[in-house]
Design a protein around this ligand. Structure first.
Ligand SMILES: Cc1cc2nc3c(=O)[nH]c(=O)nc-3n(C[C@H](O)[C@H](O)[C@H](O)COP(=O)(O)OP(=O)(O)OC[C@H]3O[C@@H](n4cnc5c(N)ncnc54)[C@H](O)[C@@H]3O)c2cc1C
Length: 430
């Protein structure tokens, strides 16, 4: 692309790979830039495997029947087409940086500027038996599958009331991974199962296993202890510094020799970039821990026409990578920044003097079951119990968009607890 083409935007093709948190944020903000600055001649195309965006922070609530899967899957195509952009539902198979084109299941798509925001996939860290015997918490299907297992278990237990009173818990659920997702899943499984068991004592055992010596990955032992205490109060057994060595059909084997008898293992231990992204190393991009290194303007080191956002990117400053977490909050901020940077580039022909991206961390929040949450704000204040829970709910609710989905989530939060020990949302695996 020459400078004349850049300045006049003659048929300038911007292609966005992935319309998750980063991709949508980029598109919305680019749409505003184009309107404000009356930029013309720009052809924007977004490509995604599905027609919807998953609001993953509420996925564990689908798994524990607190919200409907419908309300956390947000239709992306309509929203994007309303902005005047193209949307293609296709499987992206390869990025060809040399020929500036994307190879998809629907054909090849050329670009002048490329935005890579493909998110991540589940990482089993090579642990034996994860693929065969554990369910990850990553896709909507995973959430629904976990929900079916919990519903079946609770239903079986309800049928046996009075017939088969036993001392040992009837079922054990093991959650592997003590990051925010694993913590939230374990806390809400404990609440879901035991609240519905209809017996005076806990009939289900929930175990949370974490390889490190602290929870939620913040290296903040005090916060980790607070969360751990709250989980224990809700009936979760927390095992820190415990590595899973193997998962079989009926037990989880830990590296310290301990075993846990169960066939219900939920894997929330981590994510990794897909091969489409990691293969870009062979085309000259620099990667670290599977993430593409980007400069302060979020452009890939090794290709000026490629912006990388969200979970795929690892920002660097003065040649050193920054510890930017793989979260939705980062993805949204990066999407907004990249749209402003591209807008500036289109208006001025370069990014000289344009300020670098800076992540504003607003803290960490986890919800641990009924009226119980822990939030550590950016100023260090920690809210626990009802206050933490309320703040968590407020912050997450306002982030669900559009309004139709937000009202749906609010409706679920109000009406599901009223169902008491009936089974919410029926039995469906999409
Ligand atoms: C269970 C769970 C809970 C989480 N909770 C939180 C939380 O509470 N707070 C928080 O900040 N973060 C949370 N996260 C992390 C957050 O979801 C991610 O950091 C965020 O989604 C990253 O945004 P992204 O745009 O990079 O990727 P995504 O939002 O994952 O979007 C990637 C998009 O690319 C598409 N795609 C991928 N590969 C292809 C392909 N080959 N072809 C076509 N399309 C493709 C996908 O369909 C998807 O739409 C959670 C994650 C999980 C899994």
């Amino acid at each position: 692309m020459n400078e004349k083409q850049l300045k006049q935007h003659l048929g300038l093709r911007v292609v966005v790979l992935g319309t998750g948190f980063a991709g949508i944020s980029f598109l919305e903000n680019l749409h505003s830039r184009i309107r404000e600055n009356k930029l013309s001649g720009i052809d924007v195309t977004a490509i995604n495997a599905t027609d919807f965006m998953l609001f993953s922070p509420l996925l564990y609530q689908v798994a524990t029947a607190q919200v409907s899967d419908k309300h956390i899957s947000i239709h992306a195509s309509e929203r994007i087409q309303d902005m005047g952009f193209n949307f293609i539902t296709a499987n992206i198979m390869e990025i060809d940086l040399k020929s500036n084109k994307i190879i998809t299941s629907e054909g090849e798509i050329p670009y002048d500027y490329l935005i890579i925001s493909l998110g991540t996939e589940n990482n089993d860290f090579g642990v034996k038996g994860v693929r065969e015997h554990a369910i990850p918490l990553k896709s909507l299907r995973d959430g629904l599958e976990i929900r079916l297992i919990l519903q079946d278990s609770v239903k079986k237990d309800q049928l046996l009331i009075g017939l088969d009173e036993q001392e040992e818990p009837r079922d054990t659920f093991v959650v592997v991974g003590g990051g925010a997702s694993g913590v939230e899943l374990a806390g809400s499984i404990a609440e879901y199962a035991n609240a519905r068991s209809g017996r005076s004592r806990d009939n289900f055992r929930v175990e949370l296993i974490e390889a490190k010596d602290n929870l939620v990955g913040e290296n903040d032992i005090k916060l980790s202890n607070i969360i751990s205490d709250e989980l224990v109060k809700s009936g979760v057994k927390v095992r820190l510094s415990s590595k899973v060595e193997e998962i079989t059909g009926d037990e989880v084997r830990l590296s310290n020799g301990a075993t846990i008898k169960t066939s219900h293992v939920f894997w929330a231990a981590g994510v990794q970039n897909s091969k489409i992204v990691t293969d870009l190393r062979e085309q000259g991009l620099a990667l670290q821990s599977g993430r593409i290194l980007v400069n302060g303007n979020l452009r890939a080191l090794g290709s000026e026409s490629v912006f990388v956002l969200g979970d795929n990117a690892l920002p660097t400053f003065n040649g050193r990578s920054l510890s930017v977490p793989q979260t939705a909050a980062v993805a949204v901020q990066e999407g907004r920044y990249a749209a402003m940077a591209l807008g500036h580039l289109l208006l001025n022909g370069n990014l000289t003097g344009f300020p670098d991206f800076r992540f504003r961390n607003s803290g960490i929040m986890v919800s641990l079951g009924k009226f119980n949450g822990v939030c550590k704000l950016s100023n260090g204040i920690v809210l626990t119990g009802f206050a933490g829970w309320l703040l968590w709910r407020f912050v997450h609710l306002v982030k669900v968009r559009p309004m139709r989905n937000r009202l749906g989530v609010l409706w679920d939060w109000i009406h599901v607890p009223l169902l008491k020990n009936q089974i919410a949302f029926g039995r469906k695996l999409a």
